[in-house]
Every structure is written in C-alpha cells, then in structure tokens.
Design a protein around this ligand. Structure first.
Ligand SMILES: O=c1ccn([C@@H]2O[C@H](COP(=O)(O)O)[C@@H](O)[C@H]2O)c(=O)[nH]1
Length: 232
C-alpha cells in the first residue's frame, strides 16, 4: 500500500454538488472515498455508482447494527453496489457478524467487512455514561478480538488504539482509523485523535479523513500536505 492509498476521504456533504466539487479535484490513485449516512440518505446508490464511474473505490460507512438477518441482508445489498468496504457495529454481537460473514462469503465478490468498536468521538467518561466503564482501549481490544473470531476483516478504532490492537491481533487484520487530525486541523467533535504520521506509526492501515480535507480552504493543498507528512 502506498502512503496515498492509505487515505480514505470522508465525503460528509449535504448535497451532490459540493461533494462532486471535491471529488472532481481528487484522483483515485491518491485516495479512496467514504460515503456515510448523510450523503447516502440523500443521494442513495446512484451516487456510489457516480463515484465508481470516476474510478474510485468506495467505503460505504453505514455502520449497520440490527438483528443478524437484517444486517446480513443489508451487507449483501452493499455488495451488490460493488463497494470496496462495508461496516457493522461489533456490538451487534457474534451471531450478527457470523451471519453476515456467511452471507458475504456465498457471493462471487464481497466487500471487506469491518466492525466499528468504540466511536472516536467518545472518551472514557462518555463510555461510563452509557454503562461501559473503563478505558476505551480495553473495550476496543475486547471488541476487536470478538470481531476477528466472528469473521471480520478488520475494525474501525481510533489510531490511539492501533498499537495495542496490532500487538494483540497481529498484522493480518485491517485497522481503519478515523480520528485523524493533522496538527493544523481543528479537532471538532473527535476526542481520540492522532496526526496522520502518528497513526501510521501506531499501525493504522487506512486513515479516514473528512473535515481536515473537505472543509479546508484548499482541499487539494490539505491532501498534499497530509501526503507530505506521511512520506516523511
Ligand atoms: O468511530 C468513528 C467511526 C466513523 N467515523 C466517521 O469518519 C469520518 C471522520 O470525519 P472527520 O471530519 O475527519 O472527523 C466521519 O464521516 C465519521 O462519520 C468517525 O469519525 N469515528
């Protein structure tokens, strides 16, 4: 993987026009694209096809969390869109993940299946408030182990947990990390963050980066700056 293809640009936009204004400046050789809840709810599968027609691999970030039959069917529907990666919440449980794995394995071509562990917008206090006391890293590790046993290709975690998950689960497990903030970017609602360079050094495979690029006055310059930082 080149440093550039590590980058997944999050297209968190309210409409097609501003999203495409950014996409038209990007190059599939330099990044993949993430379509999340906002854009998919507004524009649906057609927009995914528009991005694919421009040569981009798409991470469909809908974070499915439901009963096993429903999530497996939703991920099969995502596979029909030809997306590169799809995700579920690990807290949906072992059977939900196993059922989805089996459903995807029966298809001729399946996306990578990854699981969200602890949202990068949460810290220890937030977790305690929802009944999960303890350090985020402990919970991420437990969910990562469950997810791998159940058949996930990798997890979504913060780069702050990447080194611990790598040490526990080895190299053959994808670590997809949002919560990436170059030193010059605002943290916003993210609580567990690292810079792009720190994230890769910690073992992250893919860096999901939204606002530091999308909301920058010059998004292409922001992407180039991140690529420079990764190239060292
Ligand atoms: O734990 C998670 C899981 C998903 N995300 C998504 O990643 C991007 C991050 O965008 P930024 O603008 O770089 O903060 C966004 O689409 C989230 O939905 C996450 O941040 N944390």
């Amino acid at each position: 993987m080149t440093q550039s293809t590590r980058i997944i640009v999050a297209l968190d936009f309210p409409a097609r026009e501003p999203a495409l204004a950014l996409v038209d400046q990007l190059d599939p050789a330099r990044c993949r694209l993430k379509v999340g809840k906002e854009l998919f709810t507004r524009l649906g599968p057609d927009f995914v096809a528009t991005l694919q027609a421009r040569g981009f691999e798409v991470f469909l970030d809908l974070k499915f969390h439901d009963i096993p039959n429903t999530v497996a069917a939703a991920c099969a529907a995502a596979a029909d869109l030809g997306v590169w990666m799809v995700n579920v919440h690990v807290t949906g449980g072992r059977r939900m993940i196993e059922t989805t794995r089996e459903r995807l394995d029966a298809l001729p071509k399946a996306p990578l299946l990854i699981g969200v562990t602890v949202l990068t917008s949460l810290d220890g206090d937030d977790l305690a408030e929802v009944g999960c006391p303890g350090e985020p890293v402990e919970r991420v590790l437990a969910l990562a182990e469950l997810g791998r046993e159940a058949g996930l290709d990798g997890i979504v975690c913060s780069p702050r947990e990447s080194a611990a998950v790598r040490a526990a689960l080895g190299e053959d497990f994808l670590l997809v990390t949002p919560g990436v903030r170059p030193s010059w970017a605002a943290t916003g609602d993210q609580k567990r963050v690292m810079t792009p360079r720190e994230a890769v050094a910690a073992g992250s495979d893919h860096l999901v980066i939204g606002r530091p690029i999308a909301a920058a006055p010059d998004p292409l310059a922001a992407l180039a700056e991140i690529e420079r930082e990764l190239a060292g």
